[in-house]
Design a protein around this ligand. Structure first.
Ligand code: B16
Ligand code: MG
Length: 228
């Protein structure tokens, strides 16, 4: 069940910015498997609990978290090689295992309802693989704007990717809502001056204006209510 905090907003809801991995598509599982494979090969302890800290943060920052459990130091050059290896494993999953069947439950009806209501939609993702993922799931050109890891200098929890998405939509931050599955993403949304709907792993985050297990149980009208 969705739970709201009844926060008062500054304007109308005019745009929704969606995180990609873990919100629109279940690629978060493939990130996990790729990091786990790398960690196993390197003899570094890694598990799903540590993996939760990687949600929404950049590739190199994710590697730094993984290397906290390493028994030796890695040079900057070695780190770049490890990150490239992990990305290679991840891209194998993208190329062979990801399709529109991996779009998460409730996503397409929610997106369609936003479009029908005249609410603009964008993607705001830390991932540099975002264009490939959108192509794999058949949603290239579906959104009014996209901003991703290729466009920004600062990854979530910095607000840059959401502010850029809002700018590309031409909508002020106070009239945008972000949908996120990561702690870092909820923090980024709040730092951008946007309300946040937390789903999946982030559901229940006290900084979010609304939480739900998935988009399946949320109607956009409920989100609009946060802005009235
Ligand atoms: P890449 P999001 C994030 O995407 C993932 O949640 C995070 O696990 C990943 O490390 C990051 O993208 C960078 O991804 O290695 O593909 O550039 O959740 O912001 O859509
Ligand atoms: Mg995510």
């Amino acid at each position: 069940m969705e739970q709201g905090m009844g926060m008062t907003g500054e304007g109308k809801l005019r745009a929704v910015i969606f995180d990609l991995d873990g919100v629109i598509v279940s690629t978060d599982e493939f990130h996990y498997r790729a990091w786990q494979k790398l960690a196993d090969e390197e003899g570094i302890y890694f598990d799903r609990t540590i993996n939760e800290r990687l949600r929404g943060v950049s590739r190199m920052e994710s590697l730094a978290i993984l290397l906290e459990s390493a028994v030796r130091d890695y040079t900057e050059g070695e780190k770049l090689v490890l990150a490239a290896r992990k990305n290679g494993y991840y891209r194998q999953f993208l190329d062979t295992a990801v399709s529109s069947a991996d779009i998460l439950p409730g996503v397409m009806p929610f997106l369609e309802a936003c479009k029908a209501a005249g609410i603009k939609i964008a993607v705001g993702s830390s991932s540099r693989n975002s264009p490939t993922i959108l192509e794999r799931i058949g949603l290239t050109d579906y959104f009014d704007a996209t901003a991703d890891g290729n466009d920004i200098a600062n990854s979530k929890p910095h607000p840059e990717v959401f502010l850029l998405a809002a700018e590309r939509l031409g909508v002020p931050p106070g009239e945008c809502m972000v949908v996120e599955d990561a702690e870092a993403g909820v923090a980024a949304a709040v730092a951008a001056g946007m309300k946040c709907l937390a789903v999946g792993s982030a559901a229940g985050d006290p900084r979010a204006a609304l939480s739900a297990a998935s988009l399946e149980t949320v109607r956009w009208q409920r989100c609009q209510g946060l802005f009235e």
